[in-house]
Design a protein around this ligand. Structure first.
Ligand SMILES: [Mg+2]
Length: 255
């Protein structure tokens, strides 16, 4: 039986990156696309509870869901793909998902949902500076290369790959670890603050402007800033195993 690949994203069903990713993976087997009807960037891994999820078939093998990226993969996996997929790929996101972004990213969460359901996952994101050029094509080629490799060799259990493609001609591919931003930027006051203040309200914008990064030559940030494609293996288990041992020394008793 040919491979079945479930594709999703967080930029929404009409995003250019989704079309490019789907085209790139077509040769590997059957591709089913289940994506949010609207942009859900920053949705992280939220699932929609307490209301039904509307699904609209927009083309053969394409489904738009009134929900989050994690909703899409969950529905795709159990209800819309016909059978469990061999691989879940998310993207191609318009904008990098490196370092701390991973905690907020809907693109990464879609791949993570695949891993939660027991299938290898891959999230692919591209530097915004490549938008408008042939960056999509370069990112699509990387997605194809890695998807083929995963289907051939598999991934360890509970693992996904977080792939980030820099702007310009990539110098190569580097295995990396998740970087850290320093410091986080406080939310900005909204321009309408004076007006809304009159009714006793304030408004703020959470900033997504670039910040400095902790200097780590092995990080995703460093690879991308030096022009390399970054591939970070992520896993589901957030337990900090080393610290678990350390904290085991605390005397905790309920008296
Ligand atoms: Mg996005």
């Amino acid at each position: 039986m040919s491979h079945l690949i479930l594709v999703s994203n967080d930029d929404g069903i009409e995003a250019e990156g989704l079309a490019c990713l789907t085209r790139s993976l077509q040769g590997l087997g059957e591709v089913v696309v289940v994506a949010p009807a609207r942009n859900h960037s920053g949705a992280s891994h939220s699932l929609t509870l307490g209301r039904p999820l509307k699904v609209r078939r927009t083309a053969p093998g394409w489904f738009a869901v009134e929900g989050t990226p994690a909703d899409c993969v969950n529905l795709g996996f159990f209800r819309l793909s016909g059978r469990p997929p061999d691989l879940v790929v998310s993207g191609i996101n318009a904008g990098l998902n490196i370092g701390d972004d991973v905690a907020y990213s809907g693109t990464v969460a879609a791949a993570l949902e695949g891993a939660l359901l027991g299938r290898p996952g891959m999230a692919v994101s591209m530097d915004r500076a490549s938008l408008g050029g042939d960056g999509w094509t370069a990112a699509g080629e990387v997605a194809l290369l890695l998807a083929r490799k995963i289907l051939e060799r598999g991934l360890p259990e509970d693992t996904l790959l977080n792939v980030n493609v820099p702007s310009g001609e990539p110098r190569g591919i580097r295995w990396t670890r998740q970087g850290r931003r320093i410091p986080h930027r406080p939310p900005e006051m909204g321009a309408g603050t004076a007006a809304v203040a009159a009714i006793g309200e304030e408004e703020f914008w959470i900033s997504d402007l670039p910040l400095d990064w902790k200097n780590d030559p092995l990080s995703d940030y460093c690879a991308v800033s030096e022009g390399f494609i970054s591939v970070t293996p992520l896993h589901l288990d957030l337990t900090h195993h080393r610290v678990l041992e350390e904290l085991g020394g605390w005397q905790l008793s309920l008296e």
